[in-house]
Design a protein around this ligand. Structure first.
Ligand SMILES: [Zn+2]
Length: 434
């Protein structure tokens, strides 16, 4: 719609839009990487527009440019002044275990006293405890729990997440978890991309019978989950003593045959060859990768597998080792970041993930921002609609109370989010849900 507007000496015709964000000190666009993720030096290519503006109509971005350009062509009744602030694409969390009931605060002391993750698991704690809590929760209770969790993520600037099942570990409870993800996604405003992680741990009723459990997942569960369109991805916790390489391969290939793209928990605690397996099965993403071998890195590069790194995981496991992000970036493997949000790594603030990526993975703030925007979008196969500020994309935008993007790596432990826009609507204002 054209609106004639009188200005001294001339008549300008401006296009009406729903919302304009103007005068952002730094508008981080992350543009130019819709077809493929940023890699190597491209991971610092933030596409910054100083004094930038975005025009939004019908939930989509219709213009991204200097404020002067946008304001000369577009008019909107609602305008947000981002002077002195930075605006980025809405943050994307590429790895969460979002659907769980209960909590495991008592394990913190066990970890402090030296118990390892696998020791806690072998004693019936860890994942298995959360499985008991999640099975016991009704779908309504689980949905309500996750709804509150979603609000917390939004307030911290995250607009899209990858969300795994994996605390049901029975067909019925895995379906319940995936249906909770679907329901929340339908409710909005947080977007959730669903992943089936039935092969997360061996449930107690299958103890010592991993092969049989894998058989059931392949023969019975995966076909039903695929038929009901309950998951985009199929993931496996590929780890020594849990699902080893052959078992992981079987699950991932069976999922792929049914249209569920593979992603994998790889080489987190032990150098098992998960990175190589990710390349072999054509995984979209291999995650964790603390112990990825040089060959694995090379294979991932050749196969175009994204390395989704999760620096909060080793932090909360109290490990000294972190993924070698510099090796992936130097070798041209695209890096994305995720929180690993779960009962053992309860982190809802992706700004902290960015900071940990800087302090523990030696990624620059620019690399960490690309890894939580456009590259994270690629990690969940959504780069065609989110992850960057480009015309035609969904208007998912986070505005931070910071004058420079480097604050996202630098300032720790506070929520710098001022405004969150999701599908063109202001959903967080002055740091609170609108
Ligand atoms: Zn995980």
């Amino acid at each position: 719609m054209q609106t004639p507007q009188e200005e001294p000496g001339c008549v300008l015709s401006k296009t009406d839009v729903d919302l304009i964000i103007k005068h952002a000190q730094q508008l981080i666009t992350a543009k130019g990487y819709i077809q493929r993720p940023a890699k190597g030096p491209e991971m610092e290519d933030l596409g910054i527009i100083h004094d930038g503006a975005v025009a939004i109509a019908n939930g989509k971005i219709v213009a991204v440019s200097k404020s002067e350009d946008v304001l000369s062509k577009y008019a909107a009744s609602e305008r947000l002044d981002a002077a002195g602030k930075i605006a980025t694409p809405g943050l994307i969390d590429a790895h969460t275990h979002f659907v769980f009931a209960g909590s495991r605060e008592s394990e913190l002391e066990l970890k402090i006293k030296g118990a390892s993750y696998l020791e806690i698991l072998q004693k019936g704690g860890g994942i298995l405890r959360t499985v008991r809590d999640t099975r016991a929760a009704s779908k309504e209770i689980l949905l309500q729990t996750c709804r509150e969790r979603a609000k917390s993520l939004l307030v911290h600037g995250t607009t899209t997440i990858e969300a795994k099942s994996g605390y049901g570990l029975s067909l019925q409870d895995e379906i319940k978890s995936l249906e909770v993800i679907n329901s929340l996604n339908d409710e909005g405003p947080l977007t959730l991309i669903h992943t089936f992680l039935g092969a997360h741990a061996i449930p107690s009723e299958f103890a010592g019978r991993t092969d049989e459990y894998v058989d059931v997942i392949i023969a019975d569960w995966l076909p039903q989950i695929s038929q009901r369109h309950l998951a985009r991805f199929c993931d496996v916790f590929c780890e020594k003593g849990v699902f080893e390489i052959d078992e992981s391969r079987r699950v991932l290939l069976a999922g792929k045959r049914l249209g569920l793209m593979p992603r994998i928990h790889a080489d987190e605690l032990y150098p098992l060859g998960g990175a190589e397996l990710a390349a072999e099965v054509g995984a979209v993403s291999a995650d964790h990768l603390l112990y990825a071998s040089d060959l694995g890195v090379e294979r991932m590069k050749e196969a175009g597998v994204i390395a989704t790194l999760l620096p909060a995981a080793p932090l909360t496991l109290m490990l000294d080792r972190y993924a070698d992000a510099r090796k992936f970036i130097t070798h041209g493997v695209p890096v994305a970041l995720g929180s690993d949000l779960s009962p053992s790594c309860w982190i809802e603030n992706e700004q902290l993930v960015i900071a940990l990526a800087c302090y523990k993975l030696k990624m620059t703030p620019a690399e960490a921002i690309m890894a939580t925007t456009i590259n994270a979008a690629h990690s969940i196969q959504s780069a065609h609609e989110i992850g960057s500020l480009e015309v035609g994309k969904k208007a998912d935008i986070t505005i931070f109370n910071a004058k420079d993007y480097q604050f996202l790596g630098y300032r720790l432990g506070v929520n710098m989010v001022e405004t969150v826009i999701k599908n063109g609507r202001v959903i967080v204002k002055d740091g609170h849900l609108a």
